[in-house]
Each structure stands twice: as structure tokens, then as C-alpha cells.
Ligand binder design. Structure first.
Ligand SMILES: Nc1ncnc2c1ncn2[C@@H]1O[C@H](COP(=O)(O)OP(=O)(O)OP(=O)(O)O)[C@@H](O)[C@H]1O
Length: 266
């Protein structure tokens, strides 16, 4: 369905974005929620979306795997591509798209199934395993990558919902990983977690960034500074500024960004 593309174009010596948004506008009925957003997202990088409540961070994030399709009043204009292919094209299979562009939500949401079946569900419906041995391997690997294997290996049949909040969130990350995504979207993945569980998820994000493009919505500027390489600052539906995280936090170019990061509003 999609053509594969190199991460790096040796002719132009430029990195090819994994995903690219161009002129994206989103409306909920008459509410023009985000305005003309253009942003490139790269593999091997964590991009943090920051900004005050209601500025459109989650709306933009949800456009990247068409989660907004589920909101009846929502209209998306502009273009968003994955490896150069328009994800809003009519030929696109949205279930496949959401496997390639996985999502982790604010509140851990394991299925009411065993730990094993939480992970095995996606690979089963996407036909990624031919037999139980393959499936066992996928489950083990996903739990290892999510840093959860040692904590759950002796109780794979226990319900996912019986894990602690932090473990549940890592289970949800393992579930996203199990279907071989290329991009992982995270919508405030630590906001329901305590500081220790947050630190584990942040370490995990850092380990995962070498394999995926990760885009994370966070209310915490400290978290954005700790875990992201790129930061995009949204305000009232505008993408005000985007660039290297260090630069955004130490020498922002726009006054609105400066005011936000210095705590003048937000
Ligand atoms: N499902 C929805 N239906 C109608 N309007 C919505 C919906 N989701 C978001 N909006 C509106 O879109 C605008 C942007 O909201 P969004 O949730 O994207 O902001 P946000 O920056 O992620 O906020 P927060 O940090 O509080 O989660 C707001 O005006 C909000 O009321």
C-alpha cells in the first residue's frame, strides 16, 4: 500500500521526514481548532507538542493516525503524509494505518484480557504470526522492549487490568510495539502516573526513539526538556514555534513562546 522510502536522501543530503503535515486545518463544527499547521516528524527523534490547555495539541496528534475520524463534527483539511503517501487518501486502510502509527493514551487502557492477550491481539488480527511459537516470540519481544518482561513473565495469564498504573501504561506501549509500528503517538502518557512510574516510561521513550518516530503531547515542560529532541509550541490553534528542544527552551525566537516557557501564561 505504501512505498518504503529511505530515511536519508544522499542526493540532497537531507533527512526524509517520516511524517509530514502541510497546511493542516481542523474544525469541530464551527470551531476552527487548529490553523494551517505544517510540521515534519522524523524517525530517531522524540517531538514534544507543548502549549496551554485547549491550544490544539491533541487535535493535531489525533490527525496523525486519523483518530479524529471517529469524531462526527470533525473536519480535517490540508495534507498529512507517511513516507510520502497521503494518509487521508481514499485507498488508505485506516486499521493498517493505525498499526503503522500506533497510539498510547493519557489513561492506561488495557483490554479486559490477560497480559498475554493484550499483546497478542494486534498481531493476531494483523496476521503477523503463523503459529503459537511465533506469537510467543512477538509477545516476549514486545514486553522486553517495553521494559516489562521481568515484571510479568511469571503471570502472563493474569489480567492486564491487575497491573499497577505504570505497568499498565508500559503494557499499552508494548501493545503498540507488537504490531511493528513506525510512529508512536503519545497523548500525555504519564499524566496518570506517579513520579517513579513516570521515570520508567520516560526511560522507555528514550530507548524506543532509535526505532520509531515518537510524538508526545505533554503539559510538563520539564518532561519535554528531558525526553524530546524537537519541540513544537502550540497556542490558540497556531503552531507558534518549532525547533530543537534546547533552543526552544533556552532561546525561543517568538515572544509567545518566551512568555509560555517563562510561566507568564499557561
Ligand atoms: N471531540 C471534540 N469535539 C469538539 N471539540 C473538540 C473536541 N476535541 C477538542 N475540541 C476542541 O478543539 C480545541 C483544541 O482542543 P485539544 O483537545 O486539541 O487541545 P489540547 O491542547 O490538547 O488541550 P489539553 O491540553 O487540555 O488536552 C478546543 O477548543 C477543544 O474544545
Amino acid at each position: 500500500m505504501f512505498k518504503s522510502s529511505p530515511e536519508y536522501d544522499s542526493m540532497t543530503e537531507q533527512r526524509t521526514p517520516k511524517m509530514s503535515a502541510k497546511g493542516v486545518n481542523v474544525y469541530y463544527g464551527d470551531n476552527h481548532a487548529i490553523h494551517n499547521i505544517s510540521l515534519d516528524l522524523f524517525r530517531d527523534e522524540v517531538t514534544a507538542l507543548i502549549g496551554p490547555s485547549g491550544c490544539g495539541k491533541s487535535t493535531f496528534l489525533r490527525c496523525l493516525n486519523r483518530m479524529n475520524d471517529t469524531v462526527a463534527s470533525c473536519r480535517v483539511e490540508g495534507s498529512i503524509s507517511l513516507d510520502g503517501d497521503d494518509i487521508y487518501a481514499s485507498k488508505i486502510d485506516v486499521v493498517q494505518l493505525r498499526a503503522r502509527v500506533g497510539m498510547v493514551f493519557q489513561k492506561p487502557n488495557p483490554f479486559p484480557k490477560s497480559i498475554y492477550d493484550n499483546i497478542a491481539y494486534g498481531p493476531r488480527i494483523h496476521g503477523l504470526s503463523n503459529n503459537r511459537t511465533d506469537l510467543d516470540e512477538i509477545v516476549t519481544t514486545a514486553l522486553e522492549k517495553a521494559g516489562l518482561w521481568n515484571e510479568v513473565k511469571d503471570r502472563l495469564d493474569a489480567p492486564g487490568t491487575a497491573l499497577s498504573g505504570g505497568q499498565q501504561q508500559r503494557l499499552c506501549i508494548a501493545r503498540a510495539i507488537a504490531v511493528n509500528p513506525e510512529v508512536i503517538l503519545m497523548d500525555e502518557p504519564c499524566s496518570a502516573l506517579d513520579p517513579i512510574a513516570t521515570a520508567k516510561v520516560e526511560n522507555l521513550i528514550d530507548e524506543l526513539k532509535g526505532r520509531y518516530a515518537i510524538i508526545i503531547v505533554t503539559h510538563s515542560m520539564q518532561q519535554a526538556a528531558r525526553i524530546s529532541q524537537k519541540t513544537a509550541f502550540f497556542h490558540m490553534g497556531d503552531l507558534v514555534e518549532h525547533g530543537d528542544t534546547t533552543e526552544i527552551f533556552t532561546s525561543p525566537k517568538k515572544e509567545r513562546t518566551r512568555d509560555y516557557i517563562t510561566g507568564r501564561f499557561g
